[in-house]
Design a protein. Sequence first.
Length: 531
Amino acid sequence: MITIAARGDPCDASLDCLVMPPTLRVYNAMVWTADPARPWVGSVTVENGRVLAVDDDSDAEENIDAAGRTVTPGLIDAHLHMMLGGQSLGQLDLSPVRSRRQFEAAIARRHGELGPDQWLIARGWSNENWPSRRPPQKSWLAAAGNRPVVCHRMDMHAVLVNDAVLDLCDTSAQLPGGCIVRDPVSGAPTGLMVEAAAWKLVNPLVPEPDEATRQEALLAAQDHLHAHGVTSVGTMECRQDVRDVFVPLRQRLTMRCRITLLDRGSAAEPADLTFARDFSNDERLAVIGYKAFIDGTLGSRTARMLADYADDPGNRGLFIESADDGQLRRWAQAVAEAGLSPAVHAIGDEAVRLALDAIDDVDRAIRPRIEHAQHIDATDFRRFRGRIASMQPLHKADDGRYVRRRLGDKRLAGTFAFRRLLDAGARLAFGSDWPVVSCDPRLGIRTAVTGLTFDGEIFAADQNLTVAEALRAYTVDAAYALGLDEAGQLRPGALGDMVMFDSDPFQADWARDPPRVVMTIVGGQVVHDAR
């Protein structure tokens, strides 16, 4: 079990800052509790932040008539990037772009909106969204002139930059675990920087927003998530942002934030284990582990595969960071011995196998997580029994459009294999990876239960889940993955987190008319009301 008991806090944050709301009762409801002992009740009463009773008749200080609507436990996003998500709300969104002309027009509009010294930061483009499917080049950014431009691919594993940024980078040699894409004739950089080339050359150049701006972004992210029914998150963050942003805002957090640190240090030992070990965890803010990356993504053809990409012979993707020097097992053990959870980014089938090897000796009580687990070799499913597969179903809606081209028909059986993982005894914890894709859990549920891609086609329907299974992955099993053992269910003693829908999610036509979130409650406090 991952403890959330209070420990000495190097940041001197008070744990007694949260003012408990009045006793709250939601009644006249169809409440799905996710508690097998009592799955359906008509009311929930919350006192001092926790469920006091279900199906009780007593009045509370605040009474909410659900008018027959369906209420479920608060939704939990097991994997996102809350700081990046909050910042993305104010950045140029290129996800709607469907051609070079639209791409260039969006850059031109944003350029005209910015001051003379500001960088143009954009995200969300995917070459799968336009007919040629060819990656963009720096010439697409000409409308911004000499302004530095950084455009992240939707998966955030590749970035397009212009000459104003390239001139600041040392592009004389390739980086291990990355690629500076070059013109095949001239050898000049095209502007596309992949994996380590993006992280090590470009990202450090981008001006860091000041603390006040970052804090505003975090609060904006919190409101945005609450509007989608999210009450708890597993968020991947840098230690600096934990110190400068999350801790100073601890008293204003209504989101339950379980932080996995991205400060990876060496493969043998993560950076500054002391910070995570000594952090004062409580019900709203906790540091639970570290994350390692060992491969890239399918969209960028950098996910590490056991066989070549069908549409790129000779390329099996990349092993990066911890995987590259063969010390992933030592890293996982170092994290686990500190009582923290190792989380391993692994998308390709060879990367997933390496991740399974690395956590073989890690106590399951520490709850190590394989993040993404999108492609699994048939021989490795049995190894997931009792393990956590932290997956993002909305990625299936994107990757499902082109995975057949990437891998060929014979290798699809292990792709986004939700059903096979459940049958193998895995714990599915669902999330979004926001801002890579939308943080709206309804869109993830829609994909998980219908198999619909962004193009409106159905992919891997045999791996579809029931609505109840998808909701469990966004509630009780996501809570388990994050060590939130008192969240994800509505039973006496559990945390009083709820979401109210305008229609019954169990009867909804998820392909055409998903239910809408009309109220979100955290610990008995209404944090979003759209009735």
